[in-house]
Design a protein around this ligand. Structure first.
Ligand SMILES: Cc1cc2nc3c(=O)[nH]c(=O)nc-3n(C[C@H](O)[C@H](O)[C@H](O)COP(=O)(O)OP(=O)(O)OC[C@H]3O[C@@H](n4cnc5c(N)ncnc54)[C@H](O)[C@@H]3O)c2cc1C
Length: 386
């Protein structure tokens, strides 16, 4: 390991790998530092949408079919036991094992020439002196630094304090069980809207295992373990006895500034997760890519302000997340949640639109424009009892 790189990327998840791959491909000396050795576990449902597939192809090129373990083309939406709607023959949804997915991504960055320093935790970043300090006492200096170190980002905390507040985040619990131990077969992703306040539950198949989880706004829920136990008991008719793990995720609290002084935040470190669906892998890759492109622009003299350039590129993501955050108030608040479930149950097109949203084929802005009038009509029907 050298002690100076043009770019240092803290964190080798999807955001960090996308950034490092893009920079290394253009010949930039880049070093990725991760606190764990790869392959490493990452708590995640592993659902990959068409958006994730498109972003992967744009950044890493071919090889998508090696990135996931399970493929299906529909999903089911529940309110408690009641199946309120489903979609079949949509196209493709994928479920990956992050243990393998992330290792493959970081390998791709290494193949392009990125240096990986693993098993080394970054303790603090001194933006003024451009120094990144590691737990072992080593120091790396940089010209540009990308903070891709996840929801509890040390990099974000080194420059802002916004990351410390947990109330704008969601907390999620998840267990992965052998499919053979469950009382029924799970063939498609199942989404449960009533299982937790301001969030949802999920059951995802992944060949011989099933991933069972739920997540909701931290501030709106109390005993997550008890909520998980009830969810499991109701879905599978027996008490949950295995191991469950928990993790925070950004849920509507994206960092509006996204960095400063040549220091760019990407992925979960910047809060770039859909505040309705919880999708974050696609945005992590996309923002890592934009961060790298902004640095390339700065290195080639196309921009003088790398942070402004990055903010501009990320506006396609942050603009969408801002609309999603508005729509979320309608979907999750107690006053209007029932309306949303009625709309979902009545509508033939709603599940397709939900999937289109996850694919990036329609935007939250377009959804708000197209569905706003219908929802108002439904609300009026409810109020008048027609
Ligand atoms: C329970 C759960 C379920 C989810 N399900 C889905 C899903 O089905 N689909 C989806 O799209 N999204 C899902 N998400 C969100 C998704 O996991 C994240 O959005 C995504 O992992 C973000 O990628 P990232 O690269 O920004 O961060 P991460 O994947 O968190 O990677 C950060 C990396 O930084 C490293 N790191 C952290 N701190 C340091 C440090 N101080 N020094 C050095 N390295 C450090 C970590 O070891 C890690 O490798 C889920 C999240 C949770 C919690």
């Amino acid at each position: 390991m050298k002690n100076h790189y043009t770019a240092v990327v803290v964190g080798g998840g999807p955001a960090g790998s996308a950034a490092a791959h893009t920079l290394a491909k253009s010949g930039v000396e880049v070093c990725v530092v991760d606190r764990f050795r790869f392959p490493r576990q990452k708590l995640c449902g592993g659902l990959l949408t068409q958006r994730a597939k498109k972003n992967y192809a744009a950044i890493f090129g071919p090889g998508w079919d090696e990135m996931y373990e399970y493929r299906c083309n529909g999903a089911k939406f529940f309110d408690g036991e009641r199946l309120v709607n489903s979609i079949e023959n949509y196209g493709e949804l994928y479920v990956c094992d992050r243990f393998r997915f992330d290792a493959r991504l970081i390998d791709k960055a290494k193949e392009r020439g990125a240096v990986l320093v693993q098993g080394e935790r970054v303790t603090v970043v001194n933006a003024r002196n451009c120094v990144c300090k590691l737990q072992s006492g080593k120091e790396i200096t940089y010209r540009y630094l990308i903070g891709a170190d996840g929801v509890n980002s040390v990099v974000a905390n080194s420059i802002f304090k916004h990351n410390a507040n947990r109330n704008g985040k969601a907390f999620a619990l998840e267990a992965t069980l052998p499919a053979s131990t469950l009382s029924r077969e799970v063939a498609e992703p199942e989404i449960y809207f009533d299982s937790i306040d301001w969030g949802y539950g999920w059951i995802f198949p992944r060949n011989d295992v099933v991933v069972i989880g739920l997540g909701g706004l931290f501030a709106k829920n109390r005993d997550f373990r008890a909520i998980f136990n009830t969810f499991f008991q109701e879905r599978f008719g027996k008490a949950f006895t295995g191991a469950v793990k928990g993790h925070f995720l950004p849920f509507g609290d994206y960092a509006k500034s996204m960095g400063r002084d040549g220091l760019l935040l990407a992925g979960d470190a910047a809060g770039l997760v859909d505040p309705i669906t919880g999708e974050g892998i696609a945005y992590a890759m996309q923002s890592g890519f934009y961060a790298a492109q902004s640095i390339l622009d700065a290195l080639s003299g196309h921009t003088k302000n790398v942070n402004a350039e990055y903010r501009k590129r990320c506006a396609v993501i942050t603009g969408e997340l801002a609309y999603a955050a508005k729509i979320r108030n309608f979907l999750f608040s107690a006053a209007t949640r029932e309306l949303f479930i009625s709309a979902l149950a009545r509508s033939e097109s709603a599940p397709r639109r939900y999937m289109d949203l996850m694919s990036g084929d329609i935007t939250y802005r377009e959804l708000l424009k197209n569905s706003g009038r219908k929802l108002l009509r439904l609300a009026a029907d409810k109020i008048t009892g027609t």
